[in-house]
Design a protein around this ligand. Structure first.
Ligand code: ZN
Length: 322
């Protein structure tokens, strides 16, 4: 009898709460932790993840991007304030796959394991072809290496289609009332990604196949190379992270490869120290070209959004290699 009364009481409470929500839709949220405006508090790790999340969340979310513009994600050192931002969030979006080397300990400190969504989940993961088996054995214990998987998944717009699906799904899960809006934003942005993919194919068609060689500061164009028929000849810093240094022997190997394959340019990220790239370009007589890698530009820069960033980098490849 008392159980039945409790049950009925609950039904009435739920009903009352439901009625109240209709009246105060803008400032009432059942998920908890929402801002005064009723918006979800969302944190994204890198500027690139942040830009794509903002395309799906739009005005419905209150977005904080953890890494400042121009910050290399591999070497980022979070502050206690950054940990507090994670603790305060309803949802946290990260690339994952070891890209954000700072993230695991941060998630643990903030106690937010169940709020983290890895946008790259579900992508067909690739290894760079120049990444040899012997290196993997040796580097097995390094956390950032993750068995030789390239974490830079966004260099194929087709992978970003997986991202936006994960993002829309996760936002709808915590904010089901806005699920339709998130699905609509996903559809609109997917059309832009399709257009970007078509444009990249048209652009790279200007580069003769023999010239489609990429030498970069670290290995990060595996997905681009796979999608648009390039070869990642090698990287100045071996592996998928910038937080490392090549040996003299490794540098000599990459310089030999540049000369053997008649590679026309070395591409170095704006967020990476250019000294190594300058030296290799000088030694081999190749052009040193700057591209955007781990971060977007300032809002008034040439790569303020993911779409602009991909167009900027593709144009840099075409101009240097055609
Ligand atoms: Zn990187």
């Amino acid at each position: 009898m008392s159980k039945l009364r409790l049950f009925l009481g609950l039904i009435i409470l739920i009903f009352a709460a439901g009625c109240q929500r209709v009246d105060q839709q803008d400032n009432e949220y059942e998920t908890g932790g929402a801002t005064d405006t009723g918006k979800l508090k969302v944190v994204a790790t890198t500027t690139i993840v942040g830009d794509v999340v903002s395309e799906i969340g739009g005005d419905l979310i209150d977005l904080t991007v953890l890494l400042p513009v121009g910050t290399d994600p591999h070497g980022f050192d979070p502050t206690p304030q950054d940990v507090a931002k994670l603790a305060d969030a309803d949802v946290i979006f990260a690339n994952g796959l070891g890209l954000e080397e700072f993230l695991d300990s941060m998630i643990e400190s903030a106690g937010v394991e169940n709020k983290v969504v890895y946008v790259s989940d579900g992508i067909d993961l690739l290894r760079s072809e120049e990444h040899h088996d012997e290196d993997e054995g040796e580097e097995h214990h390094h956390e950032h290496n993750h068995g030789g998987i390239d974490p830079h998944t966004w260099f194929s717009p087709l992978n970003v289609m997986v991202w936006i699906h994960n993002i829309a799904y996760a936002l709808s899960d915590v904010d089901p009332d806005s699920a339709q809006a998130y699905a609509h934003n996903e559809e609109v942005y997917e059309a832009e990604l399709v257009e970007l993919d078509t444009w990249i194919r048209e652009q790279v068609a200007q580069i003769p196949e023999d010239n489609r060689n990429l030498v970069t500061d670290h290995s990060l164009f595996t997905y681009f190379a796979d999608e648009y028929s390039f070869t990642q000849v090698g990287a100045l810093i071996p592996g998928y992270s910038t937080v490392s240094e090549p040996t003299a022997q490794e540098l000599a190997q990459i310089e030999d490869a540049i000369e053997d394959l008649n590679v026309k340019a070395v591409f170095v990220g704006y967020t990476v120290n250019p000294v190594l790239g300058e030296r290799v370009a000088d030694d081999t007589g190749t052009e040193l070209v700057f591209v955007y890698t781990g971060a977007l530009s300032e809002t008034d820069g040439a790569a303020a959004t993911y779409l602009h960033y991909m167009r900027y980098n593709t144009t840099a490849f075409v101009n240097a290699l055609r």
